[in-house]
Design a protein around this ligand. Structure first.
Ligand code: SAH
Length: 563
């Protein structure tokens, strides 16, 4: 929850704009400002104060504890010109909040945490728990002092400006280690803890067993990735509560699946009770890995819980990232985060140019020219299999006539694949044209380089007969000029010559153009490879210069239409 506090009428107006924009995320704190700030500080994860920074500093100073747990605080000035990330820039999310709130209010975000300023990822923003001398090591990274990386877990990290040796160090390990005053340790989620429990096993007993087992094996509980058990125990309160307290997911498997896992210590009791000779060991080992702690019982008498700990090997990471149609503000925040999460970027050179400024310094860029799709896909998968964090990019959505399919056709199940959707050319064009996709629609690529023309023609004909709105991708190039007229002719057999047709070139790019014409009037010479062509169905209309396909013929009366 974000607490909102204001003192003046101007502040209250800005506050209300945020509250209206984020009704589920915000809570307004009224009353005397000092009280309001104190209550919000205690109750919220974040605060936006429409007050001077000085006033806020005085109010929160006595409340500040630890940057890992304090709320992030943003101040917006009376004039609504600046959104200042005051405290909790990284851990409290204040930098991000300043950007978001700034965007909404038209205020300039003011971010002063050093790591953000020069594009070095904050050590506490890498998505892994971090311990040790965070401030000292961050400063060393910023100052360009050599910082050595010891990635014992081979965890796929983003690009970091590190050296092979140095006075400062970053260690990536699940082991308990002695740190010097110049070292941090990042905790990768490598440990799977299998848990078994009798009915009614207390949460304390389960938790204590897990924590001692992990610690006595010389491991950090902060590297626990998940608790795992058998389906029958999915709701066992002690296990559910232990997962909750550790802040990790509880994953369950069927008894058959667990019975098939080979374990060192099977026994008859669970076989009789839940149908598998092992719960803890099997559940921990089901995803593969090395058994570090064999089955162990809790200390209580009678012992009501068992656990086993497995270390899973790190997996490379392949993010398939859609960049959207071109404009920076149509690149999603998730896509941006994935670009910065990568240490290797693979893509077509012209798409790489589109986002090069967003990459972390040190990101290895593997770019290639048009036509090298298969090779790009292979390269991306190969790098991920080496254990790297790879981003494979494509324009629009990377799964639409783009890199996702060739890459996933190559990929084996030993890497993690993360898909990040993007705004496709068809959607970007539709938004420019009006609402042409209000009812059923398809995309058809007219490129017959990899697809025989007969197949394309059959699909165009099917769409024509089924009265479906069609968006043509790759509609026309210098060497391919007869396909578009042919496709339009097929549609014209089933649609009036006056059927609206939208032609959008370079959607969301600086030289964007969008035109509304008709099936009879479209001049194919105005269409090229930077264009998509959207042909309406028999219900599509030109209304006030906008292309509109009604949602349905009964939309005014049907229940569905009233949603
Ligand atoms: N993955 C992309 C499509 C790649 S195929 C997506 O999801 O949109 C390439 C074709 O997409 C181009 O020939 C053109 O028809 C279309 N296209 C891509 N970007 C476009 C844009 N900004 N404006 C209009 N058409 C575009």
């Amino acid at each position: 929850m974000i607490g909102l506090i204001s003192a003046t009428a101007a502040g209250a107006a800005a506050r209300d704009r945020l509250a209206a924009a984020w009704p589920d995320r915000t809570r307004v704190y009224d009353g005397p400002v000092g009280d309001a700030v104190r209550r919000a500080f205690a109750e919220c994860e974040q605060l936006v104060c429409f007050l001077a920074t000085g006033a806020v500093v005085r109010l929160i100073a006595p409340l500040l504890g630890d940057k890992a747990s304090d709320p992030g605080v943003v101040c917006v000035d009376e004039g609504g010109r600046f959104a200042v990330s005051l405290v909790g820039g990284h851990g409290g999310g204040a930098n991000e909040l300043a950007r978001e709130a700034g965007e909404l209010l038209g205020a300039e975000p003011v971010v002063t945490t050093a790591t953000d300023a020069v594009g070095v990822p904050g050590l506490d923003t890498l998505g892994l728990p971090v311990e040790g001398a965070v401030a000292a090591v961050s400063r060393a990274l910023l100052d360009g002092e050599p910082v050595a990386l010891h990635n014992e877990s081979d965890w796929p990290l983003p690009a970091l400006p590190v050296a092979s040796a140095g006075a400062y160090g970053i260690r990536v390990t699940d082991r308990l280690v002695e740190l010097s005053e110049r070292e941090v340790v990042l905790r990768p989620p490598t440990l799977a803890v299998g848990v078994g429990a009798s009915k009614g096993a207390p949460a304390e007993e389960v938790l204590e067993l897990i924590e001692t087992s992990v610690r006595e094996a010389g491991l950090s509980t902060r590297s626990i990735a998940e608790l795992a058990t058998v389906d029958a125990k999915a709701e066992e309160p002690g296990i559910v509560a232990a997962a909750g307290r550790l802040g990790v997911p509880l994953v369950t498997h069927s008894a058959e699946e667990l019975a098939a896992v080979e374990v060192p210590n099977p026994s008859d009791a669970p076989l009789a009770a839940v149908g598998t000779p092992s719960v803890a060991e099997a559940a921990a080992l089901v995803g593969g890995g090395e058994l570090l702690v064999p089955k162990r019982k809790s200390a209580a008498t009678p012992a009501m819980a068992t656990c086993a700990v497995v270390r899973r090997p790190a997996r490379g990471r392949l993010a398939v990232v859609g960049l959207g149609p071109g404009a920076r503000d149509l690149l999603t925040p998730r896509a941006r985060a994935e670009l910065q999460r990568a240490s290797v970027l693979v893509g077509l050179d012209q798409y790489v140019d589109q986002i090069r400024d967003l990459l972390r310094p040190g990101t290895r860029v593997l770019e290639s020219g048009l036509g090298a799709e298969e090779e790009r896909a292979r390269t991306a998968v190969k790098e991920a299999r080496k254990g790297q964090a790879v981003a494979l990019i494509g324009s629009g959505d990377a799964g639409v006539y783009a890199m996702a399919s060739p890459a996933l056709a190559e990929a084996s199940d030993d890497i993690d694949v993360i898909g990040v959707p993007g705004v496709t050319a068809a959607l970007a064009a539709a938004a420019i044209l009006g609402a042409p996709l209000g009812h059923d629609h398809v995309s058809i690529s007219l490129s017959d380089l990899h697809t025989p023309w007969e197949v394309i023609e059959r699909r165009v004909r099917a769409a024509a007969e089924a009265d479906i709105v069609v968006t043509f991708y790759n509609p026309r190039s210098r060497g391919r000029d007869w396909q578009l007229p042919k496709a339009l002719a097929i549609l014209a057999e089933h649609r009036e010559p006056t059927t609206p047709v939208g032609v959008v070139r370079n959607a969301s790019r600086p030289d964007e153009s969008g035109r509304l014409t008709t099936l009879a009037a479209l001049d194919p010479a105005t269409v090229d490879m930077m264009t998509v062509v959207t042909v309406g169905n028999t219900a599509t209309r030109d209304i006030a210069g906008r292309m509109v396909t009604p949602r349905g013929y009964r939309w005014q009366t049907s229940e569905e239409g009233s949603k």
